[in-house]
Design a protein around this ligand. Structure first.
Ligand SMILES: Cc1cc2nc3c(=O)[nH]c(=O)nc-3n(C[C@H](O)[C@H](O)[C@H](O)COP(=O)(O)O)c2cc1C
Length: 389
């Protein structure tokens, strides 16, 4: 069974829900670690008031018994604590009332899904679009990814994300081992490895916020301990780098993906791009460098995976851009919904979890089994084969 999931729920609805199918039995779940990931997504300099209202926790409503998966679909729920204030506005039953009472949206925000969704689904209340297109949905994607992360950790695969750039402020390159990178960036308000850069980024975000504007940036995630051979060269939709790129682009506001040196690969000669092959008895085959970010031929090559994504500035601006009122077809300022000025630190947490999911999916495709014990045997067999190769 291929690993898959679906999510449902609105930003101001009662809850976000996910069903994960295809997890093996006997995976021990650490509920505290799962909730810690949700808390990590809520942190970050530049986030608005909602993050103080919501203290996300995940409930498990199926597929887990006495702390272990049973092999049945796992149902996850993240409640929206703000729901009590929105019950009437988001009422599932028919409701009489004024536009104001319904908090109807009719001045679409440039850069958001409002107008396209309104035209496509024939909604005159754009709230029917924005409620689902909101990045609140990334909370449940983090919960799903946190389960994937725990599966990967069991097999020694670790993952860490951090911020590379916010607007015009770029972090200097670092040489930290993965665990140290995770520790240092966890303590940073903007998830950056360098404290000088942190201060500059905070000041920059303050300035942007004061101007009623928003700002994006670049985030990176590194995955270590991935065996060679996840994904495949034989079919377009089995190339794991391609699948990761799709998943990253599906994160709200992400506008580009790079693997390894990414776009720089088109600017320098091949001798400076390709990673030379080395063999030692201790490490087997590996690469002298990792400029291609752990992928060749759509397959992992045993080196750490390095994935970057660029997030555009948040579309909701307190000093709104020009838009058109869909009732009057006249120019008006776009509607303002409560919003963050910068969500790049949170986006780095989302990136980690989205990438973890794709790696876990490819891992189960390679070593598939119905129980953790069966997968462990398959992994051992493969590692023995690699040693003999
Ligand atoms: C972590 C995170 C938080 C976000 N917060 C907001 C927000 O507060 N206000 C907003 O307008 N957009 C926010 N966005 C971006 C929008 O959800 C996104 O731009 C929108 O869904 C349109 O999709 P697109 O930008 O991918 O085309 C956020 C994105 C992420 C990843």
């Amino acid at each position: 069974m291929s690993l898959r999931y679906l999510t449902a729920g609105e930003t101001h609805g009662p809850q976000l829900t996910a069903i994960i199918e295809g997890l093996p039995s006997h995976l021990q779940l650490d509920f505290e670690a799962l909730n810690l990931e949700l808390a990590r997504r809520q942190k970050g300099y530049g986030r608005g008031r909602r993050m103080q209202i919501e203290k996300d926790t995940a409930q498990i409503a199926g597929g887990v018994r006495h702390g272990y998966t049973t092999g049945a679909p796992v149902a996850l729920i993240v409640e929206n604590n703000d729901w009590k204030h929105w019950q009437k506005i988001m009422n599932i039953e028919p409701m009489e009332g004024t536009d104001e009472e319904k908090r109807r949206v009719h001045r679409p925000r440039p850069g958001h899904a409002d107008l396209n969704g309104g035209l496509k689904y024939n909604h005159k209340d754009l709230r029917n679009v924005l409620e689902r297109s909101s990045a609140r949905e990334t909370a449940i994607r983090v919960a799903v990814g946190a389960v994937a992360k725990q599966l990967l950790e069991h097999f020694g695969i670790r993952i860490a994300g951090h911020v590379i750039r916010i607007g015009e402020i770029e972090a200097p390159p670092h040489n930290l081992p993965l665990s140290e990178l995770a520790r240092v960036t966890e303590a940073s308000s903007v998830r950056v490895a360098d404290s000088e850069t942190e201060k500059k980024m905070e000041a920059y975000i303050d300035k942007i916020k004061e101007e009623g504007d928003s700002i994006g940036g670049v985030v990176e995630c590194i995955v270590e301990g991935v065996p060679v051979g996840l994904g495949s060269h034989v079919q377009y939709d089995r190339k794991l780098d391609g699948r990761i790129a799709q998943a990253v682009m599906s994160i709200n506001a992400f506008k580009g993906v790079e693997i390894g040196i990414g776009f720089e690969a088109g600017t320098i000669p091949g001798s400076q791009v390709h990673d030379e092959i080395v063999y030692t008895k201790e490490r087997g085959y590996h690469r002298a460098t990792n400029r291609l970010g752990g992928f060749e031929g759509g397959m992992t090559n045993g080196m750490p995976l390095v994935v970057r994504g660029v997030m555009k500035p948040i579309p909701t601006l307190y000093k709104p851009l020009q838009s058109v009122d869909i009732d009057r077809k006249e120019i008006f300022a776009a509607q303002v919904e409560r919003s963050d000025a910068c969500a790049v630190p949170a986006a780095s947490v989302v990136l980690e979890h989205v990438v973890a999911w794709e790696v876990a999916k490819a891992f189960l495709e390679k070593f598939g089994g119905d129980s953790m014990q069966e997968i462990e045997r398959n992994v051992q067999g493969y590692l023995a084969q690699l040693e003999e190769y």
